[in-house]
Design a protein around this ligand. Structure first.
Ligand SMILES: [Zn+2]
Length: 211
């Protein structure tokens, strides 16, 4: 006698489907699977549209939770969804791993930037290294789509520190230029120092004289 493996309904006229369940259980499972898959798709879309790795991970977790409700039906043949829930879960786990390894990369870049900045002695003469740090930070920020909010905040904070240092270098350089102009002017002309100093400072492109 046909028996539904799910609700136990039995009888000569009970129709048992491909999944070994009665037609009412069959419909129930199909509707449940469709609803869970809708939730899963919405979470995957939201993950794709998220601007931070943190948010992406969170949406992927929600997608995983929706899929895990379908794991009891994973062995059904034909499958309750294609690909099977367990296969989708595996794919999403891989996406999560990619996010966390990218986050680790960004953290390493920021550590390196921090390390270089902490070992600089004087601002002048360190410009090349500071500019290298800037390129590291730009890279970290460029990859920031996967970074978490804390990492990005750290990157922007370091970057603003770098600009402060570069501005200090510019001011020192402008000071040296002014000093040279002053010496020259003193030797050759005398009396008109101030005008020459300010014109030397103003004629240096990309430099701003000290306030
Ligand atoms: Zn049933």
């Amino acid at each position: 006698m046909p028996v539904c493996s799910r609700c136990g309904k039995q009888g000569l006229f009970v129709r048992i489907s491909k999944w070994n369940v009665c037609s009412s259980c069959q419909r129930g499972i199909e509707e449940f699977a469709a609803e869970r898959m809708e939730v899963c798709s919405a979470d995957l879309k939201a993950a794709e549209a998220s601007s931070s790795g943190e948010m992406r991970s969170r949406y992927l977790d929600q997608a995983l939770a929706a899929l895990s409700d379908l794991v009891p039906f994973d062995d059904f043949d034909p499958p309750v969804t294609t690909p099977r829930p367990s296969e989708r879960i595996r794919d999403i786990m891989k996406m999560k791993e990619a996010i966390s390894s990218e986050q680790a990369d960004i953290a390493r870049i920021l550590d390196r930037a921090d390390e270089i900045l902490s070992t600089l002695s004087t601002p002048l003469g360190s410009e090349t290294r500071i500019r290298y740090v800037l390129s590291l930070l730009d890279e970290a920020i460029g990859r920031g789509r996967s970074g978490d909010a804390n990492a990005m905040e750290r990157a922007y904070r370091l970057r603003s520190g770098v600009f402060t240092r570069l501005a200090a270098i510019d001011r020192s350089a402008a000071g040296i230029q002014s000093g040279l102009a002053f010496t020259r002017a003193d030797r050759h002309r005398g009396g008109q120092d101030e005008a020459i100093v300010s014109s030397a400072a103003a004629s240096t492109p990309g430099r701003t004289s000290s306030e």
